[in-house]
Design a protein around this ligand. Structure first.
Ligand code: ADP
Ligand code: MG
Length: 278
């Protein structure tokens, strides 16, 4: 029998270690949570409204500083240090339900804002380089909007605007893609197409993705792994085919009444994102 080479063990791309979030009002949105996201894995977060999906995603990109525990990335360690946080955000593309586009600016200009993390503040007064414009056009082509690149963002449909949001994340050349309900505002067919596009890009580029969704059917189709949250705690973590109907129903059951939460010694801090145009 020929010798078999052991499969290389998957590399962690992002790790949450006993991460806990208690907001300043004393509400504990995330119980101590440990999760490791491996390189190239497409993880879907499921859970009803208020389950803690956005809080977890915000911890993973450093928008919320955990009250306890830490988030680490390879080569950076704990992401909360100023330099590590800047580098982590550069490596992490973020897609939101509300895409936060600047309506009166072109698709190309909006996508280019994804490059701000690569520049010192003062250089954003300068025109974008040819290389950056070319990169932006490449990602705009990947999301199927090259013919709309010079149109105002507010002339696009909701689905097209979310494609711009995806392109803006991709122009960062990220290692990780985090998406908070990226298809929640779209009709089912458009949601399906957008998620298929995101999934295809993540797989072809080897990106590690963590995406929160409401749609169980989309989670089952696209996820390598589903993490189910309820009242700030992980209640399921496994492959889509291991998610039973009972567990799925539990994830969407009304949340149990919150336990009494006293003011915390270590409330979570909100850290505004860098490079956001106001
Ligand atoms: N900034 C905040 N201050 C206080 N409570 C918050 C804050 N953000 C979220 N929460 C609360 O934390 C819980 C989890 O919220 P969130 O992470 O947004 O859940 P999901 O994204 O699953 O709907 C909810 O009860 C929500 O009301
Ligand atoms: Mg949310």
């Amino acid at each position: 029998m020929p010798p078999t080479t052991p499969p290389s063990s998957p590399q962690p791309a992002l790790t949450a270690q006993a991460v806990e979030v208690t907001y300043a009002n004393g509400h504990r949105a995330l119980q101590p949570t440990s999760l490791q996201f491996t390189q190239g894995q497409f993880t879907v977060l499921l859970g009803s409204s208020g389950a803690g999906k956005s809080t977890l995603l915000r911890c993973l990109n450093g928008l919320v500083r955990p009250s306890a525990g830490r988030v680490t990335a390879p080569g950076l360690g704990d992401i909360t240090g100023a330099r590590a946080l800047r580098e982590h955000r550069r490596q992490t593309g973020m897609v939101f339900q509300q895409h936060h586009l600047i309506g009166r600016r072109t698709v190309l200009d909006n996508v280019l804002t994804g490059r701000l993390g690569y520049h010192a503040t003062w250089t954003t007064w300068l025109p974008w380089s040819r290389a950056e414009r070319a990169l932006a056009l490449t990602v705009i082509e990947r999301v199927g909007l090259l013919d709309r690149a010079l149109d105002r963002a507010d002339q696009l449909s909701g689905g097209q605007q979310q494609r711009v949001g995806v392109a803006r994340a991709l122009v960062q050349s990220p290692r990780i893609l985090l998406a908070d309900e990226p298809v929640a505002s779209l009709d089912p067919a458009t949601a399906d197409r957008l998620l298929a596009l995101m999934h295809g890009i993540c797989k072809s580029d080897g990106l590690t993705a963590v995406v929160s969704l409401h749609q169980l059917d989309l989670a089952r189709r696209f996820a390598d792994r589903i993490v189910g949250l309820q009242a700030g705690a992980v209640v399921f973590d496994g492959r889509p085919d291991a998610l039973s109907h009972d567990m799925a129903a539990r994830l969407y059951a009304p949340p149990p009444p919150p336990p009494h939460a006293g003011a915390s010694h270590g409330a979570a801090h909100f850290c505004p994102p860098e490079g956001v145009l106001t």
